[in-house]
Design a protein around this ligand. Sequence first.
Ligand code: ATP
Length: 205
Amino acid sequence: MAVIGLTGNIGSGKTTVCHMLAKRGCLCLNADVLGHSVSEPGGEAYQQLRNSFGAEYFSEDGRLLRPRMAELVFNNQCELARLNGIIHPAVRRVLCQKIAAAQAEQPDRVVVVEAALLVEADYLPLLDQLWLVWADDDVRLARVMARDKLSQEQALARMNNQMAQAEKAKYARYIVHNNRGRKELADELQNVWQQFIAENSFQEE
Ligand code: ATP
């Protein structure tokens, strides 16, 4: 079984590609969703978060106060590093468990791990290969403004906060180009998938 990491910068189309790969039978795991669940009560990172940040970042019923935490880490690299230093190792541990369980249950099923930060947050050792979804800056800007109802300035602030796509491309086995419409993306993904299948000698189901 192969474990593919699917990354790309904001608005590139990772989630859209993941949905297409799920339709091909891949098991898709989203590291951002796992990041959320590990910080819920009983989650892998919960107690460590409480110990590190204190009860004032949790509601009376024990839930992480996400807006308060976001306020703390916004534009504060030290606090952001403290938060990420707890969340990412916990997500990596949970991912390892989920990948092992998938491997035991369906050894031939391809697993896809989706996240914007696979390179930056040290997820590469968990993966067999990385795919990068690439869309040019102007395309991503338009998509993010439309999807998140942001001004140009707000969208650019989010985009400029990320590692450059060209830098991520150095780690990628395949680049999925997504500058055009959904039909073109489906065709592009079909090409990449065929190469992947051929290189890994899988039998397509
Ligand atoms: P983020 O990192 O912000 O979560 P993402 O990389 O997962 O973003 P998506 O959410 O898949 O990106 O796509 C961003 C927006 O662009 C969505 O509204 C999606 O529907 C749209 N989109 C993505 N690809 C295409 C495409 N080929 N044609 C038209 N719209 C697209």
